[in-house]
Ligand binder design. Structure first.
Ligand code: NI
Length: 165
């Protein structure tokens, strides 16, 4: 489908500069399509219950108070949502961590806010992308664990076949 768009000249000039940066393979239409797709993915991430992948990048000084311990505690608390974590030593004091999260969008956002709000974390940023799976559903193993726990209420979790919390 074709449609025409009106925009202020200065905005169009900046847009053309962006199109030029994206290389010869891209023209205005292709870049508009890319931007629309990006916006729609963000829109999906904002849907309540949507399953998303989050990439949280944080920077902190590991000598600052007990920030290292606090971050570990938070990551253990949400081990079901935190898929992995990459730690990079930037210099003698500064660390960067890239935390990959998976789960329901509101939960991924609140875990990220807890981490970003930890004293000693100097800055960071969360990026979310949808998995395309729609509303979040607990994995089959987790559902089995919940059913098992429900059917065996007096059995200590430690003796469960499944990792029940
Ligand atoms: Ni480090």
């Amino acid at each position: 489908m074709r449609f025409s768009v009106a925009m202020p000249e200065d905005l169009l000039m900046r847009f053309d500069a962006l199109v030029a940066k994206r290389g010869l393979a891209k023209n205005r239409s292709e870049v508009v399509r890319d931007l629309v797709r990006e916006a729609l993915i963000e829109e999906d991430c904002a849907l309540p219950g949507e399953e998303v992948m989050g990439t949280l990048t944080i920077v902190f000084d590991h000598h600052s108070g007990d920030v290292r311990d606090k971050l570990d505690t938070i990551q253990h608390e949400y081990y079901e949502q935190i898929v992995t974590c990459l730690h990079v030593h930037l210099d003698a004091h500064t660390c960067m961590e890239v935390v990959i999260l998976r789960g329901e969008s509101a939960l991924v956002q609140s875990i990220s806010n807890i981490i970003l709000g930890t004293k000693g974390v100097t800055h960071g940023h969360l990026t979310m992308t949808t998995t395309g799976h729609g509303p979040y559903q607990a994995p089959a193993s987790k559902q089995a664990a919940m059913t098992w726990a429900h059917e065996h209420p007096h059995t200590p979790a430690s003796s469960a076949v499944y990792p029940v919390r």
